[in-house]
Design a protein around this ligand. Structure first.
Ligand code: NAP
Length: 332
């Protein structure tokens, strides 16, 4: 039996399970010369998928209604007629949400389960880790002694950004959506301070109190009101890495907020959008450093693993709603 998850209709506002459909087919897939058969092991559910579910122009094309969704996957080669892959290899790439699929091998990267758990290739030693490392270094240009604020701090990217900040000698403040997550920031990821944005009435005051010397770097995963509040504490020559804006991904109207220009002018500050794929030439060096820190136990990571391929849409909804800690993955 082959299972596939398709986009049934484009979500309006917050996605629901009705936007997805699970299709089951009793068929056997045959491969031709040059092809391999892949069995899905882990699927990544990520905020950017929300953007691809709508038909607005973006840096990646939208999903087609009635077609499979795709995201970062780890799969096992279960049959091969391609000299570059053998049965038992594990590979990673952006692939369809299918339990079994045929591939020509293009774009697949082999991953080694002896070097890191397979799921980690979707997180800390995958896109998530690269995003954290490259966003912070390439735009944030961190210097020892500076103050870094991270939003979405208990999530996949945010929890890594904060830890790298600590390794580099920064004061790190994290913003997250529950007291439990704020506690985790400090106890597990070494953040200096945490703010629960859901129970804080005055975010401006809370950020000001946590960062009495001002904010030099803001790693923005969420946008919206939280990021507006951070602007009031930025220092001269502050750098703001606009990595994500999850707080407005479900908006049905164009979001409005504080006008950023006066803050940028007054502080000679930089605000720059970041897309990890623009830094592909730096992936090897970033991965090397992340692996070294992991080996030295300077970095740690959290995963929330949901069991069962058919639960992927629910895992996506839970990830968007914050019902998880660290990186959310599905074990097929
Ligand atoms: P994640 O942080 O693991 O999961 C998303 C988290 O966002 C949720 O757990 C939730 O945590 C928080 N959130 C949801 N709604 C929110 C709201 N209204 N206000 C504030 N926080 C909200 O996801 P991730 O994979 O690490 O991605 C984090 C961000 O980075 C996303 O915006 C994503 O699009 C972006 N990203 C960008 C790139 C790139 O190349 N630019 C690459 C990867 C990821 P709480 O419980 O704390 O609310």
């Amino acid at each position: 039996m082959i299972k596939t998850i398709i986009l049934k209709k484009r979500p309006v506002g917050t996605p629901t399970l009705a936007d997805f459909e699970l299709i089951k087919e009793e068929k056997e897939l045959k491969i031709e010369e040059g092809e391999i058969l892949l069995e899905t092991k882990y699927l990544s559910v990520d905020p950017y998928l929300r953007g691809r579910m709508s038909d607005a122009k973006s840096y990646v094309p939208p999903f087609e209604v009635g077609k499979p969704i795709n995201s970062g996957l780890i799969a096992e080669v279960i049959e091969s007629k391609n000299d570059n892959f053998k049965k038992g290899d594990f590979v990673s790439n952006r692939l369809d949400w299918k339990t079994v699929q045929v591939s020509k091998g293009e774009g697949l990267q082999k991953v080694d389960p002896n070097k890191a758990p397979l799921s980690a290739y979707l997180g800390i030693v995958g896109m998530t880790g690269l995003t954290a490392y490259l966003g912070l270094h390439e735009i944030g240009k961190p210097k020892k002694g500076e103050t870094l604020v991270v939003s979405g701090a208990a999530g996949a990217v945010g929890s890594v950004v904060g830890q790298i900040g600590k390794i580099l000698g920064l004061t790190v403040i994290g913003i997250a959506g529950s007291d439990e997550k704020v506690e985790l920031l400090k106890s597990e990821f070494g953040f200096d301070h945490g703010i629960n944005y859901k129970t804080t009435d005055d975010m401006k005051a809370a950020i000001n109190e946590a960062a009495p010397n001002g904010v030099d770097i803001y790693f923005d995963n969420v946008g919206g009101e939280i990021s507006d509040a951070v602007l009031f504490s930025i220092n001269k020559f502050a750098r703001m890495i606009i990595c994500g804006a999850i707080s407005v991904y479900n908006s049905t109207e164009i979001p409005t907020g504080v006008s950023v220009q006066p803050f940028l002018i007054k502080n000679s500050a930089l605000m720059q959008g970041f897309i990890v794929s623009n830094y592909a030439d730096k992936f090897p060096e970033a991965m090397k450093q992340l692996s070294t820190w992991l080996g030295e136990e300077k970095l740690t990571y959290r995963e929330t693993i949901v069991e069962g391929f058919e639960n992927t849409p629910q895992a996506f909804l839970d990830m968007m709603a914050g019902n998880k800690k660290g990186k959310m993955v599905v074990k097929a």
